[in-house]
Design a protein around this ligand. Structure first.
Ligand code: TYM
Length: 349
């Protein structure tokens, strides 16, 4: 099998409260990349269980959230016929390759991961081993399909650098064998992150210094993809701002994180750059800008919201998409694992 040259892989955790940051930072880009790439989009349920059960909610909640992320993919415009949509646990090769990568990655590399430090908090002794090893599973997700491009938000950048380090070390450690088996100089590609546009890091609506997140205790901090039009408008109305009118240039947003965030959200939703949005609203007060942003957000999100609701009323349709996607993902994953076992020297491969 030759290396794919334009394959996209990305994943979203089914941990509830899917929000505007997930949509603008990731899902919207998943949709756009379908035109130029062969895409594989995964609901990463094996990642969700690295957190305490109280966080991911237990079996019923996990199933509900897995369907919700899938529904968001489909409602946003991902085509599961032409591309692949599935949930991770149905393709067990993810766990197998993650084990191998646990033996490639070094403790020192994982010790530097800032997301582990944030998620484990002060009580690190009590974090799961899975949370610590999370980035090796993420590298396995991507490299199982030898994906060349990975669209993500800014917060995943460090994990993608680690993925490249793992690929490189594997390629080096087994270089001779890889060449002997006819795979050329490298078996795994050095994956490129796709982190672009005005909304790679959407901030909380209540605090411009904090990332918009699924786990923020305040629901006013984020716009959920399941929020009604009224809720969206109310949250934007209540969003924290400063008393100054909007500046005349993008440079004028410096030191005004809340204004910068709302301009970035507008730009991403309208498919404009920030300069164009500033040009449109230069010198205007938030009392003018916020209602315009609320109208735009409702216009873009309401159709997604309606389609998600429709899909969630009939889980059979969503489940069928996942089963079909898993079968097609498995065909690729099995072949990669057969080759990886051969490269390492496991008998029987
Ligand atoms: P997760 O589930 O936390 O988030 C899903 C995607 O949404 C992006 N994102 C944001 N983008 C902009 N602003 C925000 N406030 C914001 N919050 C989240 C994330 O960057 C991500 O792209 N580790 C991943 C899931 C994963 C994965 C993978 C991704 C597992 N395996 C392989 C890519 C490739 C995560 O926890 O995403």
């Amino acid at each position: 099998m030759s290396q794919p040259t334009n394959r996209v892989f990305s994943g979203v955790q089914p941990t509830g409260n899917l929000h505007l940051g997930n949509y603008l930072g990731a899902i919207r880009k998943f949709v756009a990349l379908q035109a130029s790439h062969e895409c594989i989009y995964c609901v990463v349920d094996l990642h969700a269980i690295t957190q305490p059960t109280a966080v991911w909610g237990g079996p019923a909640e996990l199933a509900r959230n897995t369907r919700e992320v899938t529904a968001a993919f489909l409602a946003s415009g991902i085509d599961p016929g032409r591309h692949i949509v599935f949930n991770q646990s149905q393709v067990i090769e993810h766990a197998e390759l993650a084990w191998i990568f646990n033996c490639v990655a070094r403790m020192g590399w994982l010790n530097r991961m800032t997301q582990f430090k944030e998620k484990a908090g002060k009580d690190r002794e009590n974090a799961s081993v899975g949370l610590f090893a999370y980035p090796t599973l993420m590298a396995a997700d991507i490299l199982l399909y030898r994906a060349t491009h990975v669209p993500v938000g800014e917060d995943q950048k460090q994990h993608l650098e680690l993925t490249r380090d793992i690929a490189q070390k594997f390629n080096n450690d087994f270089a001779e064998r890889i060449a002997e088996l006819g795979h050329g100089e490298a078996y795994f590609p050095l994956t490129e992150p796709v982190i672009e546009g005005p909304a790679t890091r959407v901030m909380s609506l209540r605090d411009g210094s904090k990332k918009m997140s699924k786990s923020d205790a305040s629901d006013l901090s984020r716009i959920n993809l399941t929020d009604s039009a009224d809720e969206i408008a109310r949250k934007i109305r209540k969003a924290k701002t400063d008393p100054e009118p909007l500046p005349g240039t993008v440079a004028g947003l410096a030191g005004r994180p809340e204004a910068e965030n709302l301009i970035g959200i507008y730009a991403a939703l309208a498919d404009l750059d920030r300069e164009a949005v500033i040009a449109r609203y230069a010198g205007q007060p938030f009392s003018v800008f916020k209602p315009a942003l609320a109208d735009l957000a409702v216009e873009k999100l309401a159709p997604i919201n309606a389609e998600m609701r429709r899909l969630l009323e009939d889980p059979a349709e969503v489940d069928a998409v996942l089963a079909d996607g898993a079968e097609r993902a498995r065909a690729i994953a099995r072949e990669t694992m057969r080759q990886v076992r051969q490269i390492i020297g496991f008998l029987g491969a």
